[in-house]
Design a protein around this ligand. Structure first.
Ligand code: PMP
Length: 427
């Protein structure tokens, strides 16, 4: 019985994960951007930013099965799959970022990226933005501040981490057209660190906050900050775990949106379409500086099976034109959400771009985030057969990051459902 299974889940499986619903549907299978529960009921998956190609993708399943039958081992052995994936990734990265290391997750990629900038600079300290989430391993956790996923973070911050107040043009201290002033604040913060004698190994930043709710950084912010960090001898790490792989539509990488070329990029999530896979992409010089410290080895990172998954994801993205789909369908979705927001004051703003969107749920304006209403809207959407989850530091942002397979018909279905839910709330 369902309540029994749910109770068992929180016994056998540690009670550490929100599933967001009073009675979450038990999902049995998926196809593209659709999920089907054990009762045969279908749902539109508007939230799964890992399964970028959608669920049940046969080209991935076939590649995994073929490779599993052929060979699976670790990257101390010499095989072609690791070279093919590394070359494919380097070919997508900007000139200069031509060296790849493979791991199993976003957290590991972030930890490794931090170790690399430390090795290359001989320094330990790192600058991180508040409202960011970089992962759960000790290193990634140390630079994460997004309270939604990491409520204990502020109490456990080690002294090698220096925080910079995140720009928030919607709710922060400089709003709308004043948001350019965040860069002035950031430069002041760097001067403060200079005076305190801090030498930064680097800056780590999400080019667009993911768990923070999808709000865009002000134009030129990351470029200005990156050059100020570099002037001081530090390096720039871009956390591309959530934002990359064409989800933005206009850009394959998040840093492109901010006009910055990082020194190290951490990639995961979409990279494996749900299979555990992550990477660090960096320059030869940084990789060589890191290699001096000793070797780096991950038992399953870069395994032949992971590598064929990674290569197949990139191939399918191209074959099916999914980045272009994210641009076109994402624009349709954002337009529809903005027109709903004009009609329903509880929908305060639409953040993000492409298929990386967040809708603020507020009670009167930016200063009154409304997590209770956000959760109720998610529950009501579930009864409409649509899965959306709350995100953001206040858990009041509707996270809208569907697989990139989503089409205009699904967008219309989603907007219709959200419209009905909002009208009923106001009736
Ligand atoms: N960085 C960002 C921006 C993320 O969104 C996440 C995952 N939500 C991570 C890092 C950590 O990735 P993982 O869960 O694969 O360890």
């Amino acid at each position: 019985d369902e309540p029994g299974l749910l109770a068992a889940r929180t016994q056998a499986f540690a009670p550490v994960q929100e599933h967001y619903y009073e009675a979450p549907p038990r999902i049995e299978r998926g196809w593209r951007h659709h999920l089907i529960d054990v009762r045969g009921r279908g749902y539109l998956d508007m939230v799964n930013n890992v399964a970028i190609l959608g669920h049940g993708e046969p080209r991935i399943a076939d590649a995994v099965e073929r490779q599993l039958r052929l060979l699976n081992t670790n990257s101390r052995f010499h095989y072609g799959a690791v070279v093919e994936l590394s070359e494919a990734l380097a070919a997508r990265a900007p000139a200069g970022l031509d060296t790849v290391l493979l791991v199993n997750s976003g957290s590991e990629a972030v930890d490794l990226a931090l170790r690399m900038v430390r090795a290359a600079t001989g320094r330990a300290d790192v600058l991180a933005l508040t409202e960011a989430y970089h992962g759960w391993t000790v290193g990634a956790d140390a630079v994460s501040t997004s309270l939604g996923d990491n409520p204990h973070a502020l109490a456990t911050r080690p002294d090698w981490v220096h925080l910079l107040d995140a720009p928030n043009a919607y709710r922060g201290r400089h709003r709308g057209p004043d948001a350019g002033r965040y860069l002035e604040d950031a430069l002041e913060r760097l001067e403060e660190l200079d005076s305190a004698g801090v030498s930064l190994a680097g800056l780590i930043a999400e080019p667009i906050f993911g768990n923070g709710g999808g709000i865009l950084l002000p134009d030129g912010y990351l470029a200005g900050l990156a050059s100020a960090v570099r002037e001081r001898g530090g390096l720039v790490v871009s956390d591309e775990v959530q934002v990359s792989y064409g989800r933005l539509g206009e850009h394959f990488w998040g840093f492109d949106q901010q006009g910055v070329v990082p020194d190290v990029s951490a990639v995961a999530k979409a990279m494996g379409n749900g299979h555990p896979l992550g990477a660090v992409i960096t320059t030869r010089a940084i990789a060589e500086a890191f290699a001096v410290e000793g070797s780096f080895f991950s038992s399953a990172g870069g395994s032949p099976v992971s590598c064929v998954v990674g290569s197949t994801v990139l191939r399918v993205l191209d074959q099916d034109g999914l980045q272009e789909n994210a641009r076109v369908v994402g624009a349709l979705l954002a337009d529809g959400l903005r027109s709903l927001a004009r009609r329903h004051p509880a929908l305060g703003a639409v953040h993000g771009m492409g298929l990386y969107l967040g809708v603020e749920v507020v009670a009167g304006g930016p200063d009154a985030p409304d997590p209770v209403a956000a959760r109720e809207i998610c529950e009501d959407l579930l009864t409409e057969g649509v899965i959306v989850q709350p995100t953001g530091d206040h858990k009041n942002v509707l996270k809208i990051k569907p697989p990139l397979t989503i089409d205009a018909a699904a967008v219309r279905r989603f907007l219709g459902a959200l419209g009905r839910v909002m009208e009923l709330r106001e009736a």
